[in-house]
Design a binder for this molecule. Structure first.
Ligand code: FMN
Length: 228
């Protein structure tokens, strides 16, 4: 075996014309996400259309990366929810610089963001936590994310214990929000939308922040095109 992956070559179709790229990135980013979510529901070839890879840096300056779900997006940036005491949480606490990558291969589209992670306010976290199914809320109590686990039975026993403490009553209030559970907003200072084209002549449009303001504010973004 040579170790070469993907020997079959596919010419990407799609593209992103200058006139379709707004002065601020949010409208197009939102449209792409909506199109990916719609395609996920119809064609089924775009699984988990809001999953994003979030890269962080550890205490030694080494990069780390993992996939999470983007749950909210507005002009302030995309949000994700997680255990604050996880590896990612500790890394962000030490260095709030993050990078995000998102790809929908079936649509020949990708998104990259660079910026800083900001802790979400507790009321927003509480509102999201209450919207989760009972099992996911209990699971948040059972897991000390990223810490070593002696074996699966230990996790299942922790889940059973939390399930006994917080039985399912059908109410969003039956499981309290764990202290160590929360979320982050990625406040971007650079956004890139990538669209595949034949002969690897892909489109890359980049928005770079020039001042304070939202992802929808044309006054704070400088747009440019990069070579593929
Ligand atoms: C599709 C997908 C979605 C995920 N969504 C989340 C999420 O929203 N929040 C989360 O904490 N972990 C999520 N995970 C698990 C993370 O990838 C990761 O294993 C976990 O957060 C621990 O990462 P850390 O040790 O770097 O903190 C998801 C994994 C996959 C594959």
């Amino acid at each position: 075996m040579s170790g070469r992956l993907g020997a079959e070559r596919v010419d990407y179709r799609g593209g992103l014309e200058d006139e379709d790229a707004p002065a601020a990135p949010l409208p197009l980013l939102t449209r792409w996400i909506e199109e990916a979510v719609a395609r996920s529901a119809s064609a089924g070839d775009v699984p988990e259309p809001t999953s994003i890879a979030v890269a962080t840096v550890d205490a030694h300056g080494a990069p780390d990366v993992r996939v999470v779900l983007m749950r909210d997006l507005d002009e302030r940036g995309p949000c994700f929810y997680t255990h604050l005491t996880s590896d990612k949480g500790r890394q962000i606490e030490g260095d709030d610089r993050v990078a995000v990558a998102l790809t929908w291969p079936a649509m020949y589209r990708a998104v990259r963001l660079r910026g800083r992670a900001e802790l979400l306010p507790r009321d927003q976290v509480e509102a999201y936590f209450r919207s989760r199914p009972w099992g996911s809320r209990v699971g948040a109590h059972a897991s000390d994310q990223s810490r070593p686990l002696a074996g699966r039975p230990v996790l299942e026993a922790a889940f059973a214990d939390a399930a006994r403490r917080f039985p399912d009553t059908g109410s969003p209030d039956d499981v309290p929000l764990p202290d160590g559970w929360g979320g982050y907003r990625v406040v971007a200072d650079r956004v890139e939308l990538w669209a595949g084209r034949p002969s690897r002549l892909h489109d890359r449009i980049v928005w770079e922040r020039t001042g304070d303001g939202g992802l929808d504010d044309p006054a704070v973004w400088r747009r440019s095109r990069l070579m593929p």
